[in-house]
Design a binder for this molecule. Structure first.
Ligand code: MEV
Length: 343
């Protein structure tokens, strides 16, 4: 039996823009998904959050569903419309998604047997803090360890990226990289992706996460919504976010907190203009700004988590609480994927 866990992630800056080649700065978050894998003849999956959504199938079925999802991905990518793929993976209460993940892991790791998996997670699902990426990374690490496959974290990350594609369409790869490697990362997609650890240089203080509830749309759908915008309108905002991401590095180093706040608030404004904010998020953003702080939506947006910053964290938490939200306590830049147990 092998147990692996992976952390959540939060974009300090760069979400959505990173899909169009701009850089992002992403921190891992001290909320984890833990997966237990046990060799078996067939495939079984149990999730403590959804006991009724478990399943059992053969390894061949899981691999078949993974192949179907990957074929659909190719068709959808040609049309630049991932709706048929999203409908397929959401089918049967998203069991197709989980079966495809197992199928991808088994085939990419060259495993012919099956596996029984169970998962527990502290990460709210679809909240913009990498629940699917942490899940993907932890599954690969646990299955590989259970079958004695010696894979590097880079290989784990590559397989997790294939898994992210079937649920997000054209993910940048930033989420799975942050959940896999942990710490604080500079991420820019390309051939190859640029993934640079920044953890040693910066200490992340005074941030708070505020959960506003589960978004109605998935990350893939929100990425698609941004893709469907007028190209000129979108690119102008994407470029602005990219420029601020470059600037953010110096700002974090020099602890220029007044510029840090301007950048966070301006990033949120640009993301809102891209259509991925909500009324609730706008209210939090404007109240936090009114007390001299900063707030931005996280990940794909459309609800989910907000990242807030203030010199006076107690004041920030008080303001957020007065709006009816409980700020979450979570460490940033924690360890990435790790094997917890193997026996
Ligand atoms: C989602 O957490 C972040 C996005 O930029 C999508 C991606 O990078 O794949 C919206």
């Amino acid at each position: 039996m092998a147990t692996a866990s992976a952390p959540a992630k939060v974009h300090l800056i760069g979400e959505h823009a990173v899909v169009y080649g701009e850089p992002a700065i992403i921190a891992s978050v001290g909320l984890r998904t833990t997966v237990v894998a046990e060799k078996a003849g067939d495939v079984k999956f149990a999730d403590s959050k959804w006991p009724d959504k478990g399943f059992a199938c053969s390894a061949n079925d899981a691999i078949g569903i993974a192949k179907k999802a990957s074929g659909l991905w190719n068709e959808c990518n040609e049309r630049r419309d991932f709706t048929p793929l999203f409908n397929f993976v959401k089918a049967d209460s998203s069991r197709n998604y989980r079966k495809a993940l197992v199928g991808i892991a088994l085939s990419r790791l060259g495993i012919t047997g099956g596996v029984h998996l169970s998962a527990v997670s502290d990460i709210p699902m679809g909240a913009g803090i990498g629940s699917s990426a942490a899940f993907a990374v932890a599954i690969v690490k646990a299955i590989a360890a259970e079958y004695g496959k010696h894979v590097t974290d880079e290989q784990v990350n590559g397989i997790a990226y294939e898994m992210e594609k079937i649920i997000h369409g054209t993910p940048s790869g930033g989420d799975n990289s942050a959940c896999c490697f942990g710490g604080l990362l500079w991420f820019q997609r390309g051939s190859p992706n640029i993934i640079r650890p920044l953890q040693q240089a910066h200490k992340l203080e005074n941030f708070a996460l505020v959960y506003t509830g589960k978004p109605e749309k998935s990350t893939g759908e929100l990425v698609q919504l941004v893709r469907n915008l007028d190209e000129g309108f979108r690119n102008e905002r994407v470029r602005k976010i990219g420029q601020m991401t470059h600037e953010m590095i110096g700002v974090l180093k020099s602890k220029d907190y007044s510029r840090l706040k301007e950048i966070i608030n301006d990033t949120h404004k640009n993301l809102a203009e891209l259509g991925v904010s909500t009324e609730e998020m706008e209210r939090i953003a404007s109240e936090v700004k009114a007390i001299g702080g900063a707030a931005k939506l996280c990940g794909a947006g459309g609800g989910g988590m907000m990242l807030c910053w203030h010199e006076d964290v107690a004041k920030l938490k008080e303001t957020v609480a007065s709006l009816g939200y409980a700020p979450m306590k979570a460490d940033l830049a924690v360890e990435g994927v790790r094997l917890e147990k193997h026996f």
